[in-house]
Design a protein around this ligand. Sequence first.
Ligand code: WT7
Length: 653
Amino acid sequence: MQKLFYPKKNMFKNPLIKNMCEYRDLVDEFDKDYEGTWAKFANEKIDWFKPYDQILDESNAPFYKWFTGGQMNVAHQCVDRHLETKKNKAAIIFEGDNGDQRILTYRELAYEVNKTANMFKNNFGVKKGDRVVIYMPMIPESAIVMLACAKIGAIHSVVFGGFSAEALRDRIIDAEAKLVVTADGAYRKGKPYMLKPVVDIALSSGCECVQNVCVVERNGENIEWIAGRDYSYNELIKEQSSKCQTEPMDSEDPLFLLYTSGSTGKPKGVQHSSAGYILWAQMTMEWVFDIQDNDTFWCTADVGWITGHTYIVYGPLAAGATTVMFEGVPTFPDAGRCWKMVEEYQINQFYTAPTAIRLLHKMGADEPTKYDLSSLRILGTVGEPIDPPAWKWYYEVVGNSNCSIVDTYWQTETGGHVISPLPVATPIKPACATFALPGIIAEVIESDGTPTEIGEKGLMCITKPWPAMIRTIWNNDERFIKSYFGDCKKEGKAIYFSGDGAMIDEDGYITITGRTDDVINVSGHRMGTAEVESAIKKHDNVASVAVVGKPHEIKGEGIFAYVVLKSVPTTQKDQTAEEFALAKEINAMIKTEIGAIALCDGMIFVSDLPKTRSGKVMRRILRSIAKGEKITQDISTLENPNIVKSIEKIFNS
Ligand code: WT7
């Protein structure tokens, strides 16, 4: 029997779900009346401009629609509606890389959002349904710009600031963005870094759709301004009125696109709705983070990822909470930075990724003990399975064995948490996402819908549509169906498959076992092997390549590449030097095509890849080799079985 960790109930005053009985009651309520229960929450939580006619429209499955006929607005839900009761409450607390601080109250945030929305309408002609690409650092303007889009009904697509010009360009073109909002740059580890020059390169070809670039001046470094195209946000904002009409949005109007990796070389524009998305963002904020009126919530993600969307901006603000935004990195000026901030702002919920926990543990195991962290009640993790040693340190040292750890499992596509402990109710097993949240019908099954046996690996599926689910892939309905509804069926009906494997134990606890597809999870970020491969193939001397994940001490998984060259160096001496130079060039290529997040942690040059007779690369074998495992699979069916020995030899040399 695995040891259970029970929540320290005296740490919590007014939890929404107080114990497992209340959890089960809620699950039962959904079970008895699925749509009615969702409707109850939608009525209670959303400030509707116009009530909806239908709760769930399944007529065009899997293109499910929720709360059709209803009208509301996400910026109103997150900001304006709070003015009556919280106008002077801190909405966003910002800390810069160098420690500078800025606090925006709900009133100030409302004014900034309105001014920005007016600027988008008046200066850039942005209308409802237009796409705005946001390529920004972690500064309050990122949240302001997202909300300004929501206010006027424009669809934003935030592109993580670590992506390269090529990656940015692909996303701009796919979304046909009219406006790009960026910053000159920002600060990291005490030094300025630049973003606008990357936008300039991205826009240098193929982006005719973009009419304007709006630049927030954050670090004041010198940048180029293209007359008639580029405008300073800081200048234009001065002329704007702080009053702006709110666009009434249909429940199903898209709120945003967020590109994520899949199993092809081209990223997918995950499209989210307005009402369903914000409802779940707010509900999970309340259930999983037990957000109370006086709390200060800090999620360390970047706004460029879904975690930043849902749990820095939309969830906390919809719940009327105070959210912290941090420009810098957790290890600068030292590995105590986060704990110093927890003490300073009296953070109550701290939410980060296992990769950051491992890094902070390694770089400063005792750092948390130097600060007063007694304000903490909940510690969250997300992005990948957390390993027991990291969990233990997080629980004992950071949380002083008092905090509830919520291991939240979800995806860009799910909009918000789907499997997670409830901090006051759920007895926790370390490194286990525990149970599906009420309203989420999660099942671990075989592809034909048969439930897997206790302790057996199966496929992580969600068998009923839920309000915050992905609506489609932008401009690609077919890929949407194929990616998520093509693999698993239950009672003859296509159901949502996450791409992850999972296991249920004898107590019904769900453990996520990782991706079952060709997607690697690097530092909690999803990376498609096909995407990395297509970047590597752009190198002139690369004939073919296969990329796999390899366990990595800090990142969880690192990227490992097997490269077949067109022309191979001849002498042994040349070979070493030349391969070294090539590996450098290939990584430079990846940096240009995708960004530093996709750099290979290891690369070997091989004469061929193991293939089946039909020409399919046997990644399973390559994954095993990268892990240092003995090859036990039957390789006799390979077209070139001898290559396996040769690759193993190179790998081990
Ligand atoms: C993939 C989604 C959701 C925000 C961050 C990543 C993995 C996520 C967990 C967890 C085990 C997890 C899954 C999932 N994942 N959370 N708690 N335990 N694995 O979003 O880029 O859409 O990636 O991250 O493999 O499919 P994303």
